[in-house]
Design a protein around this ligand. Sequence first.
Ligand code: AMP
Ligand code: MN
Ligand code: MN
Ligand code: MN
Length: 287
Amino acid sequence: MKIDLHCHSHYSDGLLSPQELIDRAHNMQVDVLAITDHDTVAAIDEALAYQAGQKRKLTIIPGIEISTRWHGFDIHILGLNIDHRHPEFCVRLKEQAERREERAREIADKLAKAGIEGVYEDAQKLAGPGQLTRAHFARVLVSRNQVKDFDGAFQHYLGKDKRAFVKPKWPEIGEAVSWIKDAGGNAVLAHPARYDLSAKWLRRLLIEFAQAGGHGMEVIHPQLAPDMKRQLASYAMEYGLAASCGSDFHFPNRWTELGKNLSLPDGLVPIWRDWPQLDVHCQTANA
Ligand code: AMP
Ligand code: MN
Ligand code: MN
Ligand code: MN
C-alpha cells in the first residue's frame, strides 16, 4: 500500500487541479491520498467526484493544512479525515480566508512601498481559483526578475521580518486542533523538522501540541536527514503521538513526488490505524 497524507492542489499554492493530482496519484500507484490545502477544503468535493468515475481504486482522505501562530513561528497543523462539510468548520475556514486576504493586501502594500507595484493583481491571476499564499507572491517576484529565485523572494521580501513581511493573525495551535476535532478529524503536526526550531523548542512544541489534544505528527516528510528521521520517530513514541507520512507535493519537480519514499519506521502507531476506510492490512502500509 502506498499512503500519502499531505499534498496541495491549485486551490492553495499547488499547481495541479484536483483532477490532475488524482491522475498523477494513479500513475504513481498511490492507494490512499489526503489532499491538504492551506486553510481550504475547496478541492475535496471535486476530488471525490472525479475519483468516483475512475477505474483504479484510490481512497481520498478529506484533509486540510491549517496555519497557526506559536511564539512567532508559523506552525502548520494538518486535519486528516475531517468532515469537510461540517458547518462550524466551514465558518472557521471562511474566517481564515479573510485573514489570508487581508494579509495579502498588506503584503502587496508593503511591496508597493518598496517600489514593486501591482503584485496583488498578478498574484491573483497566478492563483486562479486558489487562495493567495506567499508562494504566489514569490512566483510573481521571480517572474518579474525582482529576485533570482523562489527562496530569494522569502530571503529579501516575504520571510520573517523582511521588507514585505506581514505578521499573520493566525489562530493558536489549540484552536486549530479543536476545529479539526470538532469536524471529526485527527490533528497532525506538519513537517516538525521544517520550523528551524532547536531541539529544546521542538520538544516544547510537541509537548504543547499533545497537551492541546493533537493526535499525531508527521514522522516522514520531505528533506529529512536520516538522523532527524530517527529523532522524529523517537519523539512520536515519547510523546504518545501517532505517526503520519506525506510528500507535501506542490508541483512536479526533482525532489518530491506523490507517494514516494514514505514508509514509516517500525514500532509507530500509524495515524490511519482506526480509520474506517482503511482495513487492517494498511497497518503495514508503504512497506
Ligand atoms: P503562507 O501560508 O501564505 O504563509 O505561504 C506559505 C507557503 O509558502 C508554504 O506552504 C510554502 O509552500 C511557501 N514557503 C513559505 N516559506 C518559505 C520559505 N522560506 N522558502 C520557500 N518557500 C516558503
Ligand atoms: Mn505551500
Ligand atoms: Mn506546511
Ligand atoms: Mn503543505
